[in-house]
Design a protein around this ligand. Structure first.
Ligand SMILES: CC(=O)N[C@H]1[C@@H](OP(=O)(O)OP(=O)(O)OC[C@H]2O[C@@H](n3ccc(=O)[nH]c3=O)[C@H](O)[C@@H]2O)O[C@H](CO)[C@@H](O)[C@@H]1O[C@H](C)C(=O)N[C@@H](C)C(=O)N[C@H](CCC(=O)O)C(=O)O
Ligand SMILES: Nc1ncnc2c1ncn2[C@@H]1O[C@H](COP(=O)(O)OP(=O)(O)OP(=O)(O)O)[C@@H](O)[C@H]1O
Length: 532
Protein backbone atom coordinates (compact mmCIF):
# COMPACT_ATOMS: atom_id res chain seq x y z
CA UNK A 1 0.00 0.00 0.00
CA UNK A 2 1.34 3.43 -0.93
CA UNK A 3 2.04 5.62 2.11
CA UNK A 4 0.31 9.04 2.16
CA UNK A 5 3.57 10.87 1.43
CA UNK A 6 4.30 8.36 -1.35
CA UNK A 7 1.17 9.61 -3.10
CA UNK A 8 2.72 13.07 -3.38
CA UNK A 9 4.99 12.14 -6.30
CA UNK A 10 4.70 13.33 -9.89
CA UNK A 11 2.30 11.44 -12.11
CA UNK A 12 4.89 11.27 -14.88
CA UNK A 13 7.73 9.38 -13.29
CA UNK A 14 11.33 9.91 -14.30
CA UNK A 15 13.07 6.86 -15.77
CA UNK A 16 16.85 6.75 -15.77
CA UNK A 17 19.24 3.85 -15.96
CA UNK A 18 21.15 2.92 -12.84
CA UNK A 19 24.36 2.99 -14.88
CA UNK A 20 23.70 6.63 -15.80
CA UNK A 21 23.18 7.44 -12.14
CA UNK A 22 26.45 5.74 -11.23
CA UNK A 23 28.22 7.63 -14.01
CA UNK A 24 26.71 10.99 -12.98
CA UNK A 25 28.03 10.56 -9.46
CA UNK A 26 31.31 8.77 -10.19
CA UNK A 27 33.61 8.20 -8.44
CA UNK A 28 31.50 8.75 -5.29
CA UNK A 29 28.93 6.07 -6.12
CA UNK A 30 30.43 2.74 -7.04
CA UNK A 31 28.62 -0.21 -8.46
CA UNK A 32 29.37 -3.14 -6.13
CA UNK A 33 28.84 -6.85 -6.57
CA UNK A 34 26.79 -8.48 -3.84
CA UNK A 35 27.33 -12.04 -4.87
CA UNK A 36 30.30 -14.07 -6.04
CA UNK A 37 28.06 -16.32 -8.12
CA UNK A 38 28.13 -15.51 -11.86
CA UNK A 39 24.75 -13.77 -11.90
CA UNK A 40 24.39 -11.09 -14.55
CA UNK A 41 22.51 -8.31 -12.77
CA UNK A 42 20.44 -5.96 -14.92
CA UNK A 43 20.89 -2.24 -15.47
CA UNK A 44 17.41 -1.31 -14.27
CA UNK A 45 15.45 1.84 -14.99
CA UNK A 46 15.07 3.81 -11.77
CA UNK A 47 11.77 5.70 -11.48
CA UNK A 48 11.88 6.91 -7.88
CA UNK A 49 13.80 6.86 -4.60
CA UNK A 50 12.70 5.75 -1.12
CA UNK A 51 14.31 5.73 2.32
CA UNK A 52 12.04 3.43 4.36
CA UNK A 53 11.15 -0.02 3.03
CA UNK A 54 7.52 0.85 3.78
CA UNK A 55 7.72 3.77 1.36
CA UNK A 56 9.00 1.81 -1.63
CA UNK A 57 7.12 1.88 -4.90
CA UNK A 58 7.93 -0.36 -7.90
CA UNK A 59 10.96 0.99 -9.78
CA UNK A 60 12.48 2.73 -6.77
CA UNK A 61 16.09 2.93 -5.76
CA UNK A 62 16.01 1.92 -2.06
CA UNK A 63 18.38 3.86 0.19
CA UNK A 64 19.59 1.51 2.92
CA UNK A 65 20.92 4.07 5.41
CA UNK A 66 22.71 3.47 8.70
CA UNK A 67 20.41 4.60 11.52
CA UNK A 68 20.42 5.10 15.25
CA UNK A 69 18.58 1.84 15.84
CA UNK A 70 19.18 -0.30 12.77
CA UNK A 71 20.85 -0.39 9.39
CA UNK A 72 18.42 0.27 6.57
CA UNK A 73 20.16 -2.33 4.39
CA UNK A 74 18.71 -4.94 6.73
CA UNK A 75 15.34 -4.06 5.18
CA UNK A 76 16.52 -4.36 1.58
CA UNK A 77 14.78 -7.70 1.06
CA UNK A 78 11.47 -6.11 2.07
CA UNK A 79 12.23 -3.18 -0.22
CA UNK A 80 12.94 -5.49 -3.17
CA UNK A 81 9.78 -7.42 -2.39
CA UNK A 82 7.92 -4.08 -2.65
CA UNK A 83 9.45 -3.40 -6.06
CA UNK A 84 12.80 -1.71 -5.43
CA UNK A 85 15.09 -2.33 -8.41
CA UNK A 86 18.41 -1.33 -6.80
CA UNK A 87 19.95 -0.36 -3.45
CA UNK A 88 22.09 2.61 -2.44
CA UNK A 89 24.03 1.97 0.75
CA UNK A 90 27.37 2.22 2.57
CA UNK A 91 30.09 -0.45 2.95
CA UNK A 92 28.46 -1.81 6.15
CA UNK A 93 25.18 -2.08 4.28
CA UNK A 94 26.91 -3.90 1.44
CA UNK A 95 28.18 -6.48 3.95
CA UNK A 96 24.61 -6.98 5.17
CA UNK A 97 23.37 -7.49 1.61
CA UNK A 98 26.14 -9.99 0.96
CA UNK A 99 25.33 -11.88 4.16
CA UNK A 100 21.70 -12.02 3.09
CA UNK A 101 22.74 -13.20 -0.39
CA UNK A 102 20.39 -10.68 -1.96
CA UNK A 103 21.02 -10.51 -5.70
CA UNK A 104 20.21 -6.88 -6.40
CA UNK A 105 22.20 -4.13 -8.14
CA UNK A 106 23.94 -2.00 -5.52
CA UNK A 107 25.60 1.40 -5.45
CA UNK A 108 27.97 2.04 -2.57
CA UNK A 109 29.25 5.27 -1.08
CA UNK A 110 30.74 6.05 2.36
CA UNK A 111 27.93 8.46 3.40
CA UNK A 112 24.78 7.66 1.40
CA UNK A 113 22.60 9.99 3.50
CA UNK A 114 24.74 12.93 2.39
CA UNK A 115 24.44 11.91 -1.31
CA UNK A 116 20.75 11.07 -1.30
CA UNK A 117 19.47 14.61 -1.87
CA UNK A 118 21.69 15.13 -4.92
CA UNK A 119 20.74 11.71 -6.29
CA UNK A 120 17.01 12.47 -5.86
CA UNK A 121 17.35 15.93 -7.41
CA UNK A 122 19.22 14.42 -10.36
CA UNK A 123 16.62 11.71 -10.88
CA UNK A 124 13.77 14.26 -10.97
CA UNK A 125 15.89 16.66 -13.07
CA UNK A 126 16.32 19.36 -10.42
CA UNK A 127 12.69 20.46 -10.19
CA UNK A 128 13.30 23.01 -7.40
CA UNK A 129 15.32 25.14 -9.83
CA UNK A 130 12.05 26.05 -11.56
CA UNK A 131 10.43 27.27 -8.32
CA UNK A 132 10.78 30.07 -5.80
CA UNK A 133 11.61 28.22 -2.58
CA UNK A 134 11.72 29.95 0.80
CA UNK A 135 13.04 28.00 3.82
CA UNK A 136 12.48 28.72 7.50
CA UNK A 137 14.48 27.51 10.44
CA UNK A 138 14.61 28.38 14.15
CA UNK A 139 13.21 26.85 17.32
CA UNK A 140 9.84 28.59 17.33
CA UNK A 141 7.81 30.38 14.71
CA UNK A 142 8.74 28.26 11.68
CA UNK A 143 5.22 27.05 10.99
CA UNK A 144 3.57 30.41 11.64
CA UNK A 145 6.11 32.30 9.56
CA UNK A 146 5.97 29.77 6.73
CA UNK A 147 2.19 30.29 6.44
CA UNK A 148 2.69 34.05 6.50
CA UNK A 149 5.26 33.66 3.71
CA UNK A 150 2.85 31.44 1.78
CA UNK A 151 0.15 34.10 2.04
CA UNK A 152 2.59 36.65 0.62
CA UNK A 153 3.83 34.35 -2.17
CA UNK A 154 0.21 33.68 -3.11
CA UNK A 155 -0.12 37.40 -3.86
CA UNK A 156 1.99 36.92 -6.99
CA UNK A 157 1.94 33.15 -7.64
CA UNK A 158 -1.26 31.50 -8.80
CA UNK A 159 -0.44 28.20 -7.14
CA UNK A 160 1.76 27.75 -4.06
CA UNK A 161 2.96 24.89 -1.88
CA UNK A 162 3.66 24.44 1.84
CA UNK A 163 5.98 21.81 3.33
CA UNK A 164 6.08 21.66 7.10
CA UNK A 165 4.83 20.29 10.40
CA UNK A 166 1.13 20.69 9.66
CA UNK A 167 0.82 19.49 6.09
CA UNK A 168 2.36 18.74 2.73
CA UNK A 169 0.31 20.90 0.36
CA UNK A 170 0.76 21.34 -3.37
CA UNK A 171 -1.83 23.69 -4.82
CA UNK A 172 -5.17 22.40 -3.52
CA UNK A 173 -3.98 18.92 -2.56
CA UNK A 174 -2.92 18.46 1.04
CA UNK A 175 -2.02 15.55 3.31
CA UNK A 176 -0.96 15.37 6.98
CA UNK A 177 2.77 15.76 7.27
CA UNK A 178 4.74 12.88 8.79
CA UNK A 179 7.28 15.35 10.21
CA UNK A 180 8.51 18.92 9.94
CA UNK A 181 10.99 18.27 7.12
CA UNK A 182 10.56 15.14 5.03
CA UNK A 183 13.43 12.98 3.76
CA UNK A 184 15.17 14.27 0.62
CA UNK A 185 13.64 11.77 -1.86
CA UNK A 186 10.15 12.81 -0.72
CA UNK A 187 11.16 16.46 -0.93
CA UNK A 188 12.42 16.31 -4.50
CA UNK A 189 9.40 14.20 -5.48
CA UNK A 190 7.21 16.98 -4.09
CA UNK A 191 9.09 19.60 -6.08
CA UNK A 192 8.64 17.49 -9.22
CA UNK A 193 4.92 17.29 -8.47
CA UNK A 194 4.83 21.10 -8.07
CA UNK A 195 6.55 21.58 -11.42
CA UNK A 196 4.17 19.16 -13.07
CA UNK A 197 1.13 20.95 -11.66
CA UNK A 198 2.26 24.49 -12.42
CA UNK A 199 2.88 25.40 -8.78
CA UNK A 200 5.63 28.00 -8.81
CA UNK A 201 6.43 28.87 -5.19
CA UNK A 202 6.99 26.89 -2.02
CA UNK A 203 7.33 27.90 1.60
CA UNK A 204 9.04 25.28 3.70
CA UNK A 205 10.09 24.57 7.28
CA UNK A 206 13.59 23.24 7.82
CA UNK A 207 14.15 21.51 11.15
CA UNK A 208 17.53 21.19 12.79
CA UNK A 209 17.17 17.39 12.54
CA UNK A 210 16.73 17.80 8.80
CA UNK A 211 19.91 19.85 8.54
CA UNK A 212 21.91 17.39 10.65
CA UNK A 213 20.58 14.49 8.56
CA UNK A 214 21.02 16.16 5.13
CA UNK A 215 17.31 16.05 4.32
CA UNK A 216 17.56 19.30 2.33
CA UNK A 217 20.60 18.25 0.30
CA UNK A 218 20.34 18.81 -3.44
CA UNK A 219 18.27 21.95 -2.94
CA UNK A 220 19.37 25.58 -3.10
CA UNK A 221 16.76 27.82 -1.46
CA UNK A 222 16.15 31.24 -2.98
CA UNK A 223 15.86 32.75 0.49
CA UNK A 224 16.18 31.26 3.98
CA UNK A 225 14.99 32.74 7.25
CA UNK A 226 15.92 32.30 10.91
CA UNK A 227 13.39 33.03 13.67
CA UNK A 228 15.19 32.38 16.97
CA UNK A 229 17.05 29.75 18.96
CA UNK A 230 15.70 28.50 22.28
CA UNK A 231 16.20 25.42 24.38
CA UNK A 232 14.83 22.37 22.54
CA UNK A 233 15.93 19.05 21.05
CA UNK A 234 19.07 18.89 23.20
CA UNK A 235 18.56 15.12 23.36
CA UNK A 236 19.52 15.09 19.65
CA UNK A 237 21.98 17.97 19.32
CA UNK A 238 23.78 17.56 22.67
CA UNK A 239 24.01 21.21 23.68
CA UNK A 240 23.02 24.68 22.46
CA UNK A 241 26.28 25.03 20.55
CA UNK A 242 25.59 21.84 18.58
CA UNK A 243 21.99 22.92 18.02
CA UNK A 244 23.17 26.31 16.71
CA UNK A 245 25.76 24.73 14.42
CA UNK A 246 23.15 22.45 12.86
CA UNK A 247 20.80 25.39 12.25
CA UNK A 248 23.64 27.44 10.77
CA UNK A 249 24.18 24.80 8.06
CA UNK A 250 21.23 26.32 6.21
CA UNK A 251 23.05 29.62 5.82
CA UNK A 252 25.73 28.31 3.47
CA UNK A 253 26.18 28.66 -0.29
CA UNK A 254 25.39 25.03 -1.05
CA UNK A 255 21.97 25.47 0.59
CA UNK A 256 20.79 29.03 -0.04
CA UNK A 257 21.35 32.15 -2.14
CA UNK A 258 20.52 34.69 0.55
CA UNK A 259 19.21 34.88 4.09
CA UNK A 260 17.09 36.98 6.41
CA UNK A 261 17.87 36.62 10.11
CA UNK A 262 15.82 37.83 13.05
CA UNK A 263 18.33 39.33 15.47
CA UNK A 264 16.11 39.65 18.53
CA UNK A 265 18.27 37.05 20.31
CA UNK A 266 22.03 36.70 20.53
CA UNK A 267 21.97 33.55 18.39
CA UNK A 268 20.51 35.55 15.51
CA UNK A 269 23.23 38.19 15.88
CA UNK A 270 25.84 35.46 15.82
CA UNK A 271 24.29 33.72 12.83
CA UNK A 272 24.18 36.97 10.86
CA UNK A 273 27.89 37.50 11.46
CA UNK A 274 28.91 33.89 10.75
CA UNK A 275 26.63 33.13 7.77
CA UNK A 276 28.39 32.20 4.56
CA UNK A 277 25.74 33.82 2.33
CA UNK A 278 24.57 37.43 2.00
CA UNK A 279 22.29 38.12 4.95
CA UNK A 280 19.91 40.90 5.95
CA UNK A 281 18.77 41.32 9.52
CA UNK A 282 15.34 42.04 10.99
CA UNK A 283 14.81 43.30 14.55
CA UNK A 284 11.41 43.45 16.15
CA UNK A 285 12.10 44.56 19.73
CA UNK A 286 13.98 47.74 20.63
CA UNK A 287 15.50 45.94 23.64
CA UNK A 288 16.50 42.93 21.49
CA UNK A 289 20.12 41.93 20.90
CA UNK A 290 20.58 43.40 17.40
CA UNK A 291 18.08 46.25 17.10
CA UNK A 292 20.55 49.12 16.71
CA UNK A 293 22.39 47.53 13.77
CA UNK A 294 19.47 45.84 12.01
CA UNK A 295 18.67 46.35 8.31
CA UNK A 296 14.93 46.10 8.92
CA UNK A 297 13.16 47.26 12.09
CA UNK A 298 9.71 47.02 13.57
CA UNK A 299 8.52 50.37 14.88
CA UNK A 300 5.35 51.51 16.63
CA UNK A 301 4.03 48.00 17.28
CA UNK A 302 0.53 48.09 18.75
CA UNK A 303 -0.57 44.78 20.19
CA UNK A 304 -4.33 44.56 19.68
CA UNK A 305 -6.09 44.35 23.02
CA UNK A 306 -8.99 42.51 21.40
CA UNK A 307 -6.57 39.72 20.59
CA UNK A 308 -7.13 39.97 16.87
CA UNK A 309 -3.60 41.00 16.10
CA UNK A 310 -1.14 43.87 15.93
CA UNK A 311 -0.15 46.68 13.63
CA UNK A 312 3.37 48.00 13.10
CA UNK A 313 5.61 49.89 10.73
CA UNK A 314 8.44 48.04 9.05
CA UNK A 315 11.36 50.23 8.11
CA UNK A 316 14.14 49.04 5.84
CA UNK A 317 17.23 49.96 3.83
CA UNK A 318 17.22 53.34 2.08
CA UNK A 319 14.55 54.77 4.37
CA UNK A 320 11.79 52.51 3.07
CA UNK A 321 8.78 52.18 5.41
CA UNK A 322 5.66 50.07 5.05
CA UNK A 323 2.53 49.75 7.18
CA UNK A 324 2.27 46.11 8.25
CA UNK A 325 0.22 43.88 10.54
CA UNK A 326 0.15 40.48 12.21
CA UNK A 327 -3.20 38.69 12.18
CA UNK A 328 -2.28 36.65 15.30
CA UNK A 329 -1.96 37.91 18.88
CA UNK A 330 1.26 38.66 20.72
CA UNK A 331 4.59 40.28 19.97
CA UNK A 332 6.07 36.98 18.78
CA UNK A 333 3.72 37.14 15.85
CA UNK A 334 4.81 40.68 15.07
CA UNK A 335 8.27 39.18 14.80
CA UNK A 336 7.05 36.31 12.60
CA UNK A 337 5.10 38.70 10.38
CA UNK A 338 8.02 41.11 9.94
CA UNK A 339 10.37 38.27 9.05
CA UNK A 340 7.83 36.85 6.60
CA UNK A 341 7.35 40.20 4.85
CA UNK A 342 11.11 40.58 4.27
CA UNK A 343 11.53 36.95 3.20
CA UNK A 344 8.68 37.14 0.71
CA UNK A 345 9.96 40.49 -0.56
CA UNK A 346 13.40 38.99 -1.17
CA UNK A 347 11.63 36.05 -2.80
CA UNK A 348 10.20 38.43 -5.40
CA UNK A 349 6.98 39.84 -3.88
CA UNK A 350 6.65 43.64 -3.88
CA UNK A 351 7.01 44.97 -0.32
CA UNK A 352 3.55 46.52 0.02
CA UNK A 353 1.88 43.45 -1.44
CA UNK A 354 3.81 41.19 0.94
CA UNK A 355 2.85 43.30 3.96
CA UNK A 356 -0.82 43.41 2.97
CA UNK A 357 -0.99 39.65 2.38
CA UNK A 358 0.72 38.75 5.66
CA UNK A 359 -1.57 41.13 7.60
CA UNK A 360 -4.63 39.34 6.30
CA UNK A 361 -3.32 35.74 6.37
CA UNK A 362 -6.00 33.31 7.57
CA UNK A 363 -5.86 31.19 10.75
CA UNK A 364 -3.02 28.72 11.08
CA UNK A 365 -3.97 25.35 12.60
CA UNK A 366 -2.90 25.13 16.25
CA UNK A 367 -1.03 28.43 16.35
CA UNK A 368 -2.93 30.76 18.69
CA UNK A 369 -5.99 29.29 17.05
CA UNK A 370 -9.27 30.70 18.37
CA UNK A 371 -11.46 27.63 18.62
CA UNK A 372 -14.29 29.10 20.70
CA UNK A 373 -14.93 32.84 20.93
CA UNK A 374 -15.72 34.48 24.25
CA UNK A 375 -19.47 34.99 24.78
CA UNK A 376 -22.72 33.31 25.78
CA UNK A 377 -21.19 32.28 29.09
CA UNK A 378 -18.23 30.62 27.40
CA UNK A 379 -14.57 31.50 27.85
CA UNK A 380 -12.26 32.25 24.95
CA UNK A 381 -10.67 28.90 24.01
CA UNK A 382 -7.29 28.86 22.29
CA UNK A 383 -5.04 26.10 21.00
CA UNK A 384 -1.35 26.84 20.78
CA UNK A 385 1.66 24.73 19.93
CA UNK A 386 4.00 26.20 22.58
CA UNK A 387 6.03 23.26 23.85
CA UNK A 388 9.28 24.87 24.91
CA UNK A 389 9.82 26.98 28.04
CA UNK A 390 10.38 30.17 26.04
CA UNK A 391 7.41 29.61 23.75
CA UNK A 392 5.20 28.90 26.76
CA UNK A 393 6.30 32.13 28.42
CA UNK A 394 5.60 34.15 25.29
CA UNK A 395 2.27 32.46 24.64
CA UNK A 396 1.01 33.15 28.17
CA UNK A 397 2.27 36.72 28.05
CA UNK A 398 0.48 37.24 24.73
CA UNK A 399 -2.81 35.96 26.09
CA UNK A 400 -2.81 37.86 29.40
CA UNK A 401 -3.74 41.26 27.87
CA UNK A 402 -6.75 39.75 26.09
CA UNK A 403 -8.04 38.06 29.26
CA UNK A 404 -10.29 40.13 31.53
CA UNK A 405 -10.73 37.21 33.96
CA UNK A 406 -8.51 34.27 34.84
CA UNK A 407 -6.01 32.61 32.55
CA UNK A 408 -6.53 28.83 32.61
CA UNK A 409 -3.91 26.57 31.04
CA UNK A 410 -4.07 22.89 30.11
CA UNK A 411 -0.63 21.48 29.42
CA UNK A 412 1.81 18.57 29.73
CA UNK A 413 5.21 17.68 28.32
CA UNK A 414 6.46 15.10 25.84
CA UNK A 415 7.74 11.67 26.82
CA UNK A 416 11.07 10.37 25.44
CA UNK A 417 12.21 13.95 24.85
CA UNK A 418 14.21 16.56 26.78
CA UNK A 419 13.34 15.80 30.42
CA UNK A 420 15.00 18.93 31.78
CA UNK A 421 12.27 21.20 30.47
CA UNK A 422 9.41 19.53 32.40
CA UNK A 423 9.83 21.34 35.75
CA UNK A 424 10.64 24.53 33.82
CA UNK A 425 7.29 24.34 32.03
CA UNK A 426 5.54 23.77 35.40
CA UNK A 427 7.27 26.75 36.98
CA UNK A 428 6.40 29.06 34.05
CA UNK A 429 2.75 28.04 33.97
CA UNK A 430 2.45 28.49 37.75
CA UNK A 431 3.93 31.96 37.50
CA UNK A 432 2.07 33.26 34.44
CA UNK A 433 -1.34 31.53 34.50
CA UNK A 434 -4.02 31.56 37.22
CA UNK A 435 -5.43 28.04 37.00
CA UNK A 436 -3.34 25.04 35.93
CA UNK A 437 -4.61 21.72 34.61
CA UNK A 438 -1.60 19.42 34.25
CA UNK A 439 -2.17 16.55 31.85
CA UNK A 440 -0.47 14.32 29.24
CA UNK A 441 1.03 15.36 25.91
CA UNK A 442 2.64 12.47 24.00
CA UNK A 443 3.90 10.17 26.78
CA UNK A 444 5.37 7.76 24.20
CA UNK A 445 7.16 4.97 26.08
CA UNK A 446 7.23 6.77 29.44
CA UNK A 447 4.79 6.48 32.36
CA UNK A 448 2.47 9.51 32.01
CA UNK A 449 2.27 10.05 35.76
CA UNK A 450 6.07 10.31 35.98
CA UNK A 451 6.05 13.14 33.44
CA UNK A 452 3.19 14.91 35.23
CA UNK A 453 5.09 14.48 38.49
CA UNK A 454 8.16 16.25 37.07
CA UNK A 455 5.98 19.13 35.84
CA UNK A 456 4.29 19.36 39.24
CA UNK A 457 7.72 19.54 40.93
CA UNK A 458 8.27 22.76 38.98
CA UNK A 459 4.76 24.03 39.79
CA UNK A 460 5.41 23.56 43.53
CA UNK A 461 8.45 25.85 43.44
CA UNK A 462 5.97 28.68 42.81
CA UNK A 463 2.82 27.31 44.46
CA UNK A 464 3.84 25.04 47.33
CA UNK A 465 0.20 24.88 48.50
CA UNK A 466 -1.01 23.66 45.09
CA UNK A 467 -3.77 26.26 44.93
CA UNK A 468 -5.68 26.22 41.62
CA UNK A 469 -3.52 23.36 40.40
CA UNK A 470 -5.25 20.26 39.03
CA UNK A 471 -3.89 17.01 37.63
CA UNK A 472 -6.28 15.46 35.12
CA UNK A 473 -5.84 12.67 32.58
CA UNK A 474 -6.60 11.74 29.89
CA UNK A 475 -6.09 14.97 27.98
CA UNK A 476 -9.63 15.12 26.62
CA UNK A 477 -10.91 15.14 30.23
CA UNK A 478 -8.38 17.81 31.19
CA UNK A 479 -9.74 20.09 28.47
CA UNK A 480 -13.28 19.33 29.61
CA UNK A 481 -12.35 20.06 33.23
CA UNK A 482 -10.71 23.37 32.31
CA UNK A 483 -13.74 24.51 30.32
CA UNK A 484 -16.02 23.54 33.23
CA UNK A 485 -13.90 25.59 35.63
CA UNK A 486 -13.84 28.68 33.41
CA UNK A 487 -16.25 31.59 33.22
CA UNK A 488 -16.94 33.95 30.32
CA UNK A 489 -14.26 36.46 31.28
CA UNK A 490 -11.62 33.72 31.47
CA UNK A 491 -9.39 32.39 28.71
CA UNK A 492 -8.58 28.70 28.43
CA UNK A 493 -5.43 27.91 26.50
CA UNK A 494 -4.34 24.37 25.77
CA UNK A 495 -0.71 24.20 24.77
CA UNK A 496 1.82 21.72 23.44
CA UNK A 497 0.08 19.75 20.70
CA UNK A 498 -1.21 22.46 18.39
CA UNK A 499 -2.60 20.95 15.18
CA UNK A 500 -1.44 17.39 15.95
CA UNK A 501 -4.07 14.84 14.93
CA UNK A 502 -2.83 12.06 17.23
CA UNK A 503 -1.54 11.38 20.75
CA UNK A 504 1.29 8.86 21.06
CA UNK A 505 0.90 6.58 24.08
CA UNK A 506 2.95 3.42 24.54
CA UNK A 507 3.88 3.21 20.87
CA UNK A 508 0.27 3.60 19.69
CA UNK A 509 -0.99 6.72 17.89
CA UNK A 510 -4.51 7.49 19.11
CA UNK A 511 -6.64 9.94 17.12
CA UNK A 512 -6.76 13.06 19.28
CA UNK A 513 -6.85 16.78 18.56
CA UNK A 514 -7.02 19.72 21.00
CA UNK A 515 -9.41 21.66 18.80
CA UNK A 516 -11.86 18.74 18.72
CA UNK A 517 -11.51 18.33 22.49
CA UNK A 518 -12.48 21.99 22.97
CA UNK A 519 -15.44 21.71 20.62
CA UNK A 520 -16.65 18.59 22.42
CA UNK A 521 -16.22 20.22 25.83
CA UNK A 522 -18.03 23.42 24.89
CA UNK A 523 -20.87 21.73 23.04
CA UNK A 524 -21.50 19.39 25.95
CA UNK A 525 -20.12 21.10 29.03
CA UNK A 526 -22.56 19.52 31.49
CA UNK A 527 -20.66 16.30 32.12
CA UNK A 528 -17.21 17.29 33.34
CA UNK A 529 -15.01 15.00 35.37
CA UNK A 530 -14.30 16.69 38.67
CA UNK A 531 -10.69 17.78 38.62
CA UNK A 532 -8.43 16.29 41.28
C1 LIG B 1 16.25 11.31 15.14
C2 LIG B 1 15.81 11.18 13.74
O1 LIG B 1 15.47 12.15 13.10
N1 LIG B 1 15.78 9.93 13.24
C3 LIG B 1 15.50 9.67 11.84
C4 LIG B 1 16.38 8.53 11.41
O2 LIG B 1 16.01 7.45 12.20
P1 LIG B 1 17.02 6.37 12.73
O3 LIG B 1 18.42 6.75 12.43
O4 LIG B 1 16.67 6.08 14.13
O5 LIG B 1 16.54 5.14 11.83
P2 LIG B 1 16.47 3.64 12.28
O6 LIG B 1 15.19 3.38 12.96
O7 LIG B 1 17.74 3.26 12.96
O8 LIG B 1 16.39 2.90 10.86
C5 LIG B 1 17.49 2.93 9.96
C6 LIG B 1 17.00 2.94 8.56
O9 LIG B 1 16.20 1.78 8.35
C7 LIG B 1 15.04 2.13 7.66
N2 LIG B 1 13.98 1.18 7.97
C8 LIG B 1 13.64 0.97 9.27
C9 LIG B 1 12.59 0.09 9.57
C10 LIG B 1 11.92 -0.57 8.53
O10 LIG B 1 10.99 -1.36 8.71
N3 LIG B 1 12.33 -0.32 7.24
C11 LIG B 1 13.33 0.54 6.94
O11 LIG B 1 13.65 0.73 5.78
C12 LIG B 1 14.74 3.55 8.11
O12 LIG B 1 13.97 4.25 7.16
C13 LIG B 1 16.13 4.15 8.26
O13 LIG B 1 16.54 4.77 7.07
O14 LIG B 1 16.16 8.23 10.05
C14 LIG B 1 14.79 7.85 9.77
C15 LIG B 1 14.64 7.60 8.27
O15 LIG B 1 15.72 7.97 7.57
C16 LIG B 1 13.85 8.96 10.17
O16 LIG B 1 12.54 8.54 9.93
C17 LIG B 1 14.05 9.27 11.63
O17 LIG B 1 13.19 10.31 12.04
C18 LIG B 1 12.35 9.93 13.12
C19 LIG B 1 11.04 9.33 12.60
C20 LIG B 1 11.98 11.13 13.95
O18 LIG B 1 11.16 11.04 14.84
N4 LIG B 1 12.54 12.24 13.71
C21 LIG B 1 12.20 13.47 14.43
C22 LIG B 1 12.96 13.60 15.74
C23 LIG B 1 12.47 14.63 13.53
O19 LIG B 1 13.10 14.51 12.49
N5 LIG B 1 11.98 15.78 13.93
C24 LIG B 1 12.18 16.99 13.16
C25 LIG B 1 11.62 18.25 13.79
C26 LIG B 1 11.39 18.27 15.20
C27 LIG B 1 10.88 19.61 15.67
O20 LIG B 1 11.38 20.68 15.22
O21 LIG B 1 9.97 19.58 16.52
C28 LIG B 1 11.40 16.89 11.86
O22 LIG B 1 11.90 17.40 10.86
O23 LIG B 1 10.28 16.37 11.91
N1 LIG C 1 8.82 33.98 16.94
C1 LIG C 1 8.48 33.24 17.98
N2 LIG C 1 9.23 33.26 19.10
C2 LIG C 1 8.92 32.51 20.15
N3 LIG C 1 7.85 31.72 20.21
C3 LIG C 1 7.06 31.66 19.14
C4 LIG C 1 7.33 32.41 17.98
N4 LIG C 1 6.37 32.14 17.07
C5 LIG C 1 5.55 31.26 17.63
N5 LIG C 1 5.94 30.97 18.89
C6 LIG C 1 5.38 30.02 19.83
O1 LIG C 1 5.89 28.74 19.48
C7 LIG C 1 4.82 27.84 19.14
C8 LIG C 1 5.20 27.06 17.91
O2 LIG C 1 5.12 27.95 16.82
P1 LIG C 1 5.33 27.42 15.37
O3 LIG C 1 4.60 26.15 15.20
O4 LIG C 1 5.08 28.51 14.42
O5 LIG C 1 6.88 27.12 15.46
P2 LIG C 1 7.71 25.93 14.87
O6 LIG C 1 9.09 26.48 14.76
O7 LIG C 1 7.08 25.45 13.64
O8 LIG C 1 7.66 24.84 15.96
P3 LIG C 1 7.92 23.24 15.75
O9 LIG C 1 9.20 23.06 15.03
O10 LIG C 1 7.97 22.74 17.11
O11 LIG C 1 6.77 22.78 14.93
C9 LIG C 1 3.61 28.73 18.90
O12 LIG C 1 2.48 28.04 19.22
C10 LIG C 1 3.87 29.91 19.79
O13 LIG C 1 3.47 29.62 21.10
Amino acid sequence: MTSPQGRMRPEHRPARHLSDLARAFAPELERAEVTTSPVELPDPLVTGVAVGSGEVQPGDLFAGLPGQHAHGAAYAAAAVEAGAVAVLTDPAGLDLLREAGLAVPVLVTPDPRARLGDVSAWLYDHPAAALTVVGLTGTNGKTTTSYFVDAALAAVHESTAVIGTVELRVGDQSIESPRTTVESPVLHGLFALMRERGTTACSMEVSSHALALHRTAGLVFDVVGFTNLQRDHLDFHGDMEGYFRDKARLFALEQARRGVVCVDDVWGVRLASEARIPVETVATRAEGAGYAEADWRVEDATVGLDGVGSTFTLTGPGGVAVAAASPLPGLVNVSNAALAVVLAHRGGVPLEAAAAAVGSASAIPGRMERVVERGGGRPLCLVDYAHTPDALTLALEAVRPITPGRLVIVFGSDGDRDRGKRPMMGEIAARLADVLVVTDENPRSERPETIRGAILDGVRTVRPDGEDVHEVAPRVEAVRAAVALAEEADTVIVTGKGHEPTQEIGGVFHRYNDRDAFLAATSNPSTPETPA
